[in-house]
Design a protein. Structure first.
Length: 148
């Protein structure tokens, strides 16, 4: 019986996900409400230094004033920030999400998925711009984005 329990726990521990290069940590996901005044177009951004991060936060806070919720200290010697920003939308129901980070031979492939409301979905009547911010381990690989 003891052997069976030890075997089961061993399998469970070996099967647990490890923090590998292709994994990521969510920092923030939601909508900007500045009607585009932040200056972002539909774009993907890689932030690899504290000065770039502070510049990004300054742009976001110009209208939204919410960076305090994700202003956690980032160790840029070990981590990189990746941001996906959708275009400005005239209604709610839209979202953008970084769904996967894949490791390939010479590059890191970041999959970004945009979703839209269905034709008859009830949506908020507000101008907004969806975004998603994640943190990954630093890499020397070229980062490429793939829109889903």
């Amino acid at each position: 019986m003891k052997t069976i329990i030890i075997f089961i726990f061993s399998i469970a521990l070996l099967g647990c996900p490890k923090n590998v290069e292709g994994s990521f940590t969510n920092i923030s996901k939601g909508n900007l409400f500045g009607n585009g005044s932040e200056g972002f177009i539909k774009e993907n951004i890689v932030i690899s230094s504290k000065s770039e991060w502070l510049l990004f936060l300054t742009k976001v806070d110009a209208t939204n004033k919410f960076s305090k919720k994700f202003k956690k200290s980032i160790n840029f010697s070990k981590e990189t920030i990746v941001v996906a920003v959708d275009k400005v939308r005239n209604t709610g129901g839209f979202s953008i999400e970084i769904i996967e980070v894949l490791i390939e031979k010479n590059r890191l492939l970041i999959k970004v998925k945009s979703t839209a409301p269905k034709t008859f979905d009830m949506v908020t009547m507000a101008v907004m711009q969806p975004y998603h911010i994640i943190k990954i381990k630093n890499t020397n690989k070229k980062i490429k984005f793939l829109e889903q």
